[in-house]
Design a protein around this ligand. Structure first.
Ligand code: PAF
Length: 286
């Protein structure tokens, strides 16, 4: 696996692969790779002949009081994992390469509707930062397909809309969330949890499962259910940010007739903000 730092080197390497008739798969990441990321690379290798991964901790998607400075940077360990996973090319640019006119001078991409509320409500500007960097990366790599984790459910919806709205000829593939044995969704931020917090953290997914169970049993009082879920999270030791039942494709608040639902939650354990979701189809059980 080659590691390149400039757009020029990246384009040359991708052009070589293309000239050999290879299909290009792309996995954008911010590094500190865990089994969830490796599954994305595995999915890309199944569907493409040449897999490009990027590692770039994108300052544009972090708010002023968020964890940009302490976001874990583990390049050497990441490179080893990517080699083992069958990645062919790692793109690891610095901030100047990505934002040569500075972040203030950067043209931004704003994806309306699906970016609003949930993480978009709690983290103003976050999805603009994500959509901007992903658009740039897509233009740099020009992949045939790109793989994203379903753990970031709203992000995946934003990327799908971005690609549709801007007519980018890229197939977007969602990969199911990788979980620890106790159900906790794998995340680079889990490393911030101390032992006691880590022991309690699976309560986030358990709460989503409880709510989904209640809906499957016929409850449709979504507002009351959301409130009950937030109380469960508080009892477990979380500070809930949001817990909402939405229609899974549009992400608008769930209505009584909706069959494809997703419950999305974000909650703080100490200073660490964890997110998770559970999507399900009521038609499938009828
Ligand atoms: O999901 C992430 O790691 C990031 O949001 C992404 C898609 C790599 C953009 O910086």
């Amino acid at each position: 696996m080659n590691t390149v730092k400039t757009v020029r080197e990246l384009r040359a390497a991708v052009a070589r692969a293309r000239s050999e008739g290879k299909r290009i798969g792309f996995v954008p990441t911010m590094g500190n790779l865990h089994a969830g990321h490796i599954a994305l690379v595995g999915k890309a290798s199944q569907r493409a002949d040449f897999v490009v991964t990027s590692i770039f901790v994108n300052p544009l998607q972090f708010g002023p009081n968020e964890d940009l400075a302490k976001y874990p940077r583990t390049l050497v360990a990441d490179q080893e994992k990517l080699v083992a996973a069958g990645c062919h090319l790692l793109f690891h640019p610095n901030v100047e390469e990505m934002y040569p006119d500075g972040m203030q001078g950067q043209t931004r991409v704003n994806v309306p509707l699906v970016s609003e509320g949930l993480c978009g409500g709690s983290r103003p500007g976050h999805f603009e930062g994500v959509a901007t960097v992903v658009s740039k990366l897509f233009n740099m790599v020009q992949p045939d397909l790109a793989v994203f984790g379903e753990k970031d459910f709203q992000q995946l919806a934003v990327i799908r809309k971005l690609v549709r709205d801007l007519n980018m000829p890229i197939q977007i593939i969602g990969e199911p969330t990788a979980r620890a044995e106790d159900g906790l969704a794998l995340s680079s931020r889990n490393g911030f949890l101390d032992d006691a917090q880590r022991a309690v953290a699976p309560a986030l997914y358990r709460t989503l499962q409880q709510l989904a169970g209640a809906i499957r049993q016929g409850r449709r009082d979504f507002t009351a259910l959301e409130q009950e879920g937030r109380e469960e999270l508080t009892k477990a030791g979380f500070r809930p940010d949001y817990l909402e039942v939405r229609e899974a494709l549009s992400l608008r608040p769930a209505g009584l007739q909706d069959q494809q639902l997703v419950i999305l939650g974000a909650a703080f354990m100490g200073n660490t903000r964890l997110i998770d979701n559970l999507a399900f189809n009521l038609e499938a059980q009828a």
